[in-house]
Design a binder for this molecule. Structure first.
Ligand SMILES: CC(C)(COP(=O)(O)OP(=O)(O)OC[C@H]1O[C@@H](n2cnc3c(N)ncnc32)[C@H](O)[C@@H]1OP(=O)(O)O)[C@@H](O)C(=O)NCCC(=O)NCCS
Length: 166
């Protein structure tokens, strides 16, 4: 099921160019751009090849791109020519459950509702594929962000449990 890109907003920047922000689940992600975002939010470096494979093996990779709007035609530029400003991915059994990972908004674009739009658009895309149970692991400091989107900590006493390599 191919889902159409969704334009979330548009604005005229300081140089007079019109830019739009687009949510997509079909854009081809450049792993270097993902690394740039991870670095920008201060996440520890991970092997590039592993990030690439994790993206390839994800059920859904959601992106936010800033793209140019052609001043003459009003047409939106392709995401491949845009700037990646946010991304997230979901692993899934393709039927019941999906888990969200690596949710990032470029710090220069944070605090204006894009993180919220990224997660809610992704949940809508998962529901469109009939995957309704959505889980995630939240760092302590972003719990309020997810709570505001309707996520519940430990529903009915269910605990996230972890087995790390010793
Ligand atoms: C978490 C993150 C994706 C939020 O993106 P964002 O675009 O800044 O979020 P939004 O502007 O959509 O914020 C939506 C709401 O959540 C709140 N919020 C955002 N980040 C928050 C945080 N860290 N703690 C508490 N509330 C937060 C906002 O105030 C806003 O509230 P409002 O709707 O009442 O105004 C972004 O801060 C980020 O990329 N952080 C670094 C990576 C990270 O920690 N990812 C999560 C890993 S579990």
């Amino acid at each position: 099921l191919q889902q159409a890109d969704v334009q979330l907003s548009s604005k005229v920047d300081a140089s007079g160019k019109t830019k739009a922000i687009v949510f997509s689940t079909t854009a081809t992600l450049d792993v270097l751009e993902v690394e740039r975002l991870c670095e920008a939010v201060g996440w520890p470096e991970r092997p590039r090849e592993k990030i690439k494979r994790a993206l390839e093996n994800s059920f859904m990779v959601a992106t936010l791109y800033e793209v140019d709007i052609d001043p003459d035609t009003g047409n939106r530029g392709d995401t491949s020519k845009g700037r990646l400003i946010g991304c997230a991915r979901a692993t899934s059994d393709h039927v019941f459950n999906a888990t969200l990972w690596d949710i990032i908004v470029d710090p220069a674009y944070q605090g204006v509702g894009l993180g919220k739009a990224l997660v809610t658009s992704m949940i809508r895309s998962l529901l469109a594929r009939d995957v309704a149970n959505v889980t995630l692991f939240a760092d302590q400091d972003v719990i309020p962000f997810y709570r505001a989107l309707g996520f519940i900590i430990d529903p009915e006493g269910i605990k996230g449990m972890f087995l790390y390599p010793s």
